[in-house]
Design a binder for this molecule. Structure first.
Ligand SMILES: [Zn+2]
Length: 113
């Protein structure tokens, strides 16, 4: 899916380069506008290169399940959580307090005499 963005980026850069190469000593306002337009398209394409295109927006699971809590105003996800349910489950497990060893104080524990 990133291929279209890459092609757009290359096309825009080539266009910008062509415009820049053909500029005369005194570029017109129109030349500048065309150049800015091409560079802007290149910038937009470059900025969207890393984006995953699946519904989850996740690079690892682009077509996985979307977390039902994503976008829920009453139960917002913690910062750093995305739309991907698989990744969020992993984060939840990592964030959950580890309770493998319950430490209990024995009543009337050791006292130094
Ligand atoms: Zn994921």
């Amino acid at each position: 899916m990133g291929y279209a963005q890459l092609r757009e980026l290359r096309t825009a850069l080539t266009t910008a380069s062509d415009i820049a190469s053909s500029l005369r000593a005194t570029p017109t306002r129109r030349d500048a506008d065309q150049l800015v337009d091409a560079l802007r398209r290149a910038l937009t394409a470059a900025g969207s290169l890393g984006e995953a295109t699946g519904p989850t927006g996740c690079a690892l699971h682009p077509h996985g399940a979307v977390d039902p809590l994503h976008g829920d105003p009453e139960a917002p996800l913690p910062p750093g959580y995305g739309k991907c349910l698989l990744c969020n489950d992993r984060r939840r497990r990592a964030d959950a307090p580890v309770r493998l060893h319950h430490r209990r104080r024995r009543p009337g524990g050791r006292r130094s005499a």
